[in-house]
Structures are given as C-alpha cells and as structure tokens.
Design a protein. Structure first.
Length: 84
C-alpha cells in the first residue's frame, strides 16, 4: 500500500497549494527521521538525567536557537515602521 503513496507523489501535478510535492514529502520524511532519533536519544538520556533537567535543557537550548530570530523580527518591524 505504501507504494501507492510514492506513486501518487511522483505523478501528482504541482498546484497552488503544493508547488513541489516531492520536496514536501522528502522534508516530511526527514522530519520523521529526526523525530525517531530524538525519541531514542531522549529515552537513553532519561536513564541518566531527571525529567526536570531534560525539560530545562530543552527549553534553554530552544531559547538560544530561536532568540536571534525574535531579535531579527523585532528589528525588521522597527525598520519597516521607521520608513513610513
């Protein structure tokens, strides 16, 4: 049955909603691989560290990763408002 999904991916035409269905399905597949790796690694880390420590580290690393994007968004909004 999974072959039908692959076949539909290759023969489906590009549309306004999905301009590149092959790329979208590949990125979805890549996301599932990352999720599997995350699940296995978190299960192993849970044996060594407490759940509270793992949650705190995830929150801190997420903050470090997304903070520059927030700063960029605020700066761009300020620049756009100053032009008008």
């Amino acid at each position: 049955m999974h072959w039908w999904g692959l076949l539909l991916t290759y023969v489906s035409p590009s549309s306004e909603d999905a301009s590149n269905p092959i790329l979208g399905n590949f990125l979805e597949f890549l996301a599932m691989i990352c999720l599997a790796y995350y699940s296995v690694s978190l299960k192993r880390l849970a044996l060594r560290y407490s759940p509270l420590t793992l949650i705190a580290l995830q929150g801190f690393s997420g903050t470090l990763f997304f903070a520059p994007f927030l700063f960029l968004l605020v700066c761009l909004k300020y620049i756009v408002l100053m032009r008008f």
